[in-house]
Design a protein. Structure first.
Length: 296
């Protein structure tokens, strides 16, 4: 007995058979991707028609810097290339003396004559040494030493000096201390002990009312009878001298006495440990106190 199988009808769906290497599936995918590319192609073509974007400002600045640097480098190269030619022309045809004088700045020493004018002039002084020197003592108020050449200044002793005022010069005076030169024989003539950095100088302006001798002015003062009890009246403090200063010590300038021919001062020491003594003799090298008047 034979059995027969029914054939499937042609109207029924039959799936496509795939090859072993999958060529059927790849072909279908290629067709699908091709169709998608066809749809996206108009979009890409349309984007080409958009206006071009303007360059940014930083890019413009960089371009400007680049062009400027290039121009500067080119100009420098041209100058360097022309420098040998320019120098050779100057060496071949030097300027004559008349041409140099015709130049606005031909004189190489121009302005050197003004150097001396810019330097302040040196101060010139007229000097005067004391013609009267008297020692007085606070401890021995009535003791009289009389005029001489001894300068003796301690905390208890003062020295009175009279200086003739130089006739020439402006109205500016000062008192100065001249120490003995170093390594000279006169170094041993001066005795300085303790603190001598503040030697006060007071002006004496009028005779004392307690003086036994009648003196109407300082010009008539008798220095041989002078003691601390008959000390003339003090005026203003003219200045302070530092006897340790090198090469000398000078007070600030003060007005020279206009109505007098001489200046009378008192040398005082306010420090407890202070001692200055020497003989102010007019020999070379000079040392001691002096009056100075600034020249015109």
């Amino acid at each position: 007995m034979s059995t027969s199988k029914a054939k499937p009808s042609c109207s029924q769906y039959a799936p496509l058979s795939l090859h072993d290497d999958g060529e059927g599936s790849s072909a279908a995918l290629e067709k699908r991707s091709f169709s998608e590319d066809d749809h996206s192609a108009p979009l890409l073509k349309g984007s080409d028609n958009l206006p071009a974007l303007a360059p940014s400002k930083p890019s413009q600045l960089l371009q400007l810097i680049f062009y400027f640097s290039f121009a500067l480098a080119l100009l420098s190269a041209v100058n360097i290339a022309l420098l040998p030619t320019t120098l050779s022309k100057y060496h071949a045809y030097p300027f004559s003396d008349s041409e140099l004088e015709a130049l606005p700045y031909g004189d190489a020493r121009l302005g050197l004559h003004r150097v001396a004018e810019s330097i302040p002039p040196r101060q010139v002084y007229h000097h005067a040494w004391p013609d009267r020197i008297v020692r007085v003592s606070r401890k021995l108020k009535d003791a009289v030493w009389g005029q001489g050449v001894q300068v003796y200044v301690t905390v208890e002793d003062s020295t009175i000096m009279r200086f003739p005022i130089p006739s020439n010069g402006v109205n500016a005076c000062a008192l100065s201390w001249r120490p003995p030169p170093e390594f000279s024989a006169r170094v041993d003539d001066v005795t300085i002990k303790g603190d001598v950095t503040e030697i006060e100088i007071w002006q004496l302006i009028a005779p004392s009312a307690t003086s036994s001798t009648v003196s109407s002015s300082m010009e008539e003062l008798d220095y041989d009878t002078l003691s601390y009890s008959t000390l003339p009246v003090r005026g203003e403090l003219l200045g302070v001298l530092d006897l340790t200063a090198k090469p000398n010590s000078t007070t600030v300038e003060f007005a020279c006495p206009s109505a007098a021919e001489s200046l009378v001062v008192e040398m005082r020491c306010q420090r407890v440990a202070c001692h200055v003594s020497f003989m102010q003799i007019d020999i070379v090298p000079r040392l001691g106190f002096q009056l100075m008047r600034r020249s015109e």
